[in-house]
Design a protein around this ligand. Structure first.
Ligand code: PMP
Length: 445
């Protein structure tokens, strides 16, 4: 066997070689079976090797796989834009700009927001506001918006200081408040930041409806987003919803923001949009935001070689049809309630599980060294990685979500299986998770 020359997340770690997948299961070269308990990176939301999607890929590649966006449009790309607009179902149209990753989607959203104001002569509105404990992507623009300490620290001099707002993290409220007495201190923190910086310098505020990778599924308190949208509108600041993780059914509604009835000005989509069958993501832009751009320069100043390629668009369309055909979003709600209840029951007996939270099939489990005081583990104890590794050895894949915000947030994992998981499979998943936690607790004694 030749030395591997593939750069991996941790060069010294062991990675099994995946050979195939089916439904919620993945298999490695030794024949070992894994429950894909996190849909990879909260991505493979309809499970593996679904024949409808394979057929759609095959049909499209036989016709035409690639055309360049400045030379041709294509039926799948046009249809996908129509379909996404229909799914948003707002009283204004949303335009689609297709890219290849969530990072490109948020970075495109950021550039469109800046351009929107430039076209109206407001050149100083260049800054984006975001929250600490957030993740919007790995490219420098997207990372500038991300309040994710571990991923930022190496590049700080190259980044903009966009995270300025405190996250709505009720389990560890930075303001030492409790809801509802707090009257949403965390949402008001946006207004404080706007007043400090000056709305004349701010193009947009970006937030994940539910924080994913940076904090282990942080669901805001009721009223938070309505309040945030009000602040943005009052100060003429666009609101960008980063739905890369929450979008396309993951939380039991088509988009995360649907839980609060808030319509963003721009939305970023990725991951579940193609359920992992191809690389495609999107910035969806409201008519209001597009209007001055269409009237002014005529288009947005962004784009990639693979933007709007027909092959990826046809796969995303097939995924959306599959979700609709099988009423999967209703099932996410029902299965999510079953899974979260089981995990919350488990938490009662486990001293290292501090909190279980989430919506639909996007569930976070936060680990604590002391349940009563909520004291986090020391970063040197490496609890998240140890849980992930042990679960994997036992045949369960889950997703890490600790961002190194030392003293602010702690160790956490995300459990987010494919929407097609059955109740029996949920029981199996929770059994393996329980065994994993018991063993880690024993090691920690
Ligand atoms: N935004 C959010 C909310 C995400 O969860 C992620 C990926 N974890 C991204 C953006 C970046 O997406 P990608 O990894 O596809 O670039």
């Amino acid at each position: 066997m030749k030395r591997s020359l593939l750069i991996k997340p941790m060069m010294n770690d062991f990675y099994p070689t995946a050979t195939h997948g089916e439904g919620i299961y993945l298999y490695d070269e030794t024949g070992k079976k894994y429950i894909d308990g996190s849909s990879g990176a909260v991505t493979a939301s309809i499970g593996h090797a679904v024949p409808d999607i394979i057929n759609a890929m095959h049909d499209q590649v036989k016709k035409v796989s690639f055309v360049y966006r400045s030379q041709f449009t294509s039926e799948p790309a046009e249809k996908l834009a129509q379909k996404l607009n229909e799914l948003i179902g707002a009283d204004e149209d949303y335009w689609s700009f297709f890219v290849n990753s969530g990072s490109e989607a948020t970075e495109t959203a950021m550039k469109i927001a800046i351009q929107h104001w430039q076209e109206q002569g407001k050149d100083r509105k260049q800054k984006i506001l975001s929250r600490w404990i957030s993740y919007h992507g790995i490219t420098l623009g997207a990372l500038s918006m991300s309040g994710h300490v571990k991923r930022r620290e190496r590049f700080v001099p190259l980044l903009e200081d966009y995270p300025n707002v405190t996250a709505p993290y009720c389990y560890r409220c930075s303001f030492q408040q409790t809801y509802p007495e707090c009257q949403l201190f965390c949402a008001n923190d946006l207004e404080t930041a706007i007043k400090r910086i000056g709305a004349e310098h701010i193009a947009a505020f970006i937030a994940e409806p539910i924080v994913g990778a940076a904090g282990g599924v942080i669901v805001p308190p009721p009223g938070y987003y309505q309040h945030i949208k009000g602040i943005c509108d009052r100060h003429q600041i666009l609101f960008i919803a980063d739905e890369v993780m929450t979008g396309i059914g993951r939380t039991g509604k088509m988009f995360g923001m649907n839980h609060w009835g808030v319509q963003p000005d721009i939305m970023a989509l990725g991951k579940g949009m193609s359920a992992g069958y191809t690389a495609i993501a999107a910035a969806l832009v409201s008519e209001k935001v597009m209007k001055p751009i269409v009237k002014g320069s005529g288009s947005i100043m962004s784009g990639h070689t693979y933007s709007a390629n027909p092959q990826s668009a046809s796969v995303a369309l097939a995924v959306l049809h599959y979700i609709e055909k099988h009423h999967l979003i209703d099932k996410v709600k029902e299965k999510g309630e079953y899974l979260i209840e089981k995990l919350q029951d488990l938490a009662k007996d486990m001293k290292m599980i501090g909190d279980v939270r989430g919506l639909g099939l996007m569930i976070g489990v936060e680990f604590v060294a002391d349940k009563k005081s909520k004291r986090p583990f020391q970063p040197t104890e490496d609890v998240t990685s140890r849980v992930i590794e042990k679960a994997r050895d036992k045949g369960l894949l889950i997703y890490p979500a600790s961002a190194g915000n030392e003293g602010v947030s702690g160790d956490a994992v995300i459990i987010s299986p494919p929407f097609t998981i059955t109740k029996q499979e949920i029981d199996d998943l929770v059994d393996i998770f329980e065994e994993t936690i018991l063993e880690i607790q024993f090691e920690n004694c």
